[in-house]
Design a protein. Structure first.
Length: 206
């Protein structure tokens, strides 16, 4: 998984139901930023345990995002505008293993981005390169990162998204998830998400 700057706890100021207020000074200017929550909806104890959890873990994700444009081919990420995202994801911890120095598992599912009355529907890419992964990065503070790199294939769009060509369009959703651990090093199944859209966001308008 590509290494990106970590937004450490206490560095970014975030409201659970709002937009990102501040981003780590010195971070690369992203095409967009977001924040929200990921909540495990089944098998919570096993799915939340460090070192890969266990079984299939279903995640309900939701939050808000704002895009800022970008350089060159990435500038079309601004088409996403400002809005909300939702998703239903499944982490397959049976696939947990080393990936470029991190321990990662495959993720599948769907995500929807809504900007005003416009709706963009996507499906996570799996079994291909790049695929969609969530990786564990234990930290020294009382918590840990799960860094997700989700590559979404566009399925359909309405409103300002209606002329996007699905087969040629992708959204890269890079997420940093934080959870406070208890004494047994087991998380609660609720994660605070922060992140940005990556260079894999390519929206082709026909």
């Amino acid at each position: 998984m590509r290494r990106l700057p970590i937004i450490a706890a206490g560095v970014a100021t975030v409201a659970l139901a709002g937009t990102v207020i501040a981003v780590h000074a010195g971070s690369p200017q992203p095409e967009g930023v977001f924040d929200g929550l990921s909540t495990a909806t089944n098998n919570v104890a096993a799915c939340s345990a460090i070192m890969g959890g266990g079984g299939l873990c279903n995640l309900s994700v939701h939050g808000t995002y704002i895009t800022m444009g970008g350089q060159g081919a990435q500038a079309n990420a601004a088409l996403l505008g400002t809005g909300k995202y939702t998703g239903a994801l499944t982490v397959n911890w049976a696939t947990y293993g080393s990936n470029n120095g991190e321990n990662c598992a495959q993720v599948s599912g769907t995500m929807t981005f809504t900007s005003g009355s416009s709706v963009l529907k996507t499906k996570l890419m799996t079994g291909t390169s790049p695929g969609s992964l969530i990786c564990e990065v234990p930290e020294s503070y009382n918590g840990f990162n799960r860094m997700g790199d989700y590559y979404d294939q566009v399925v359909s769009g309405t409103g300002k998204f209606k002329n996007i060509v699905p087969s040629s369009s992708t959204v890269e959703f890079i997420v940093f998830s934080y959870a406070t651990l208890n004494g047994s090093q087991t998380a609660t199944g609720v994660y605070l998400d922060q992140g940005n859209f990556g260079a894999g966001t390519q929206l082709v308008v026909g």
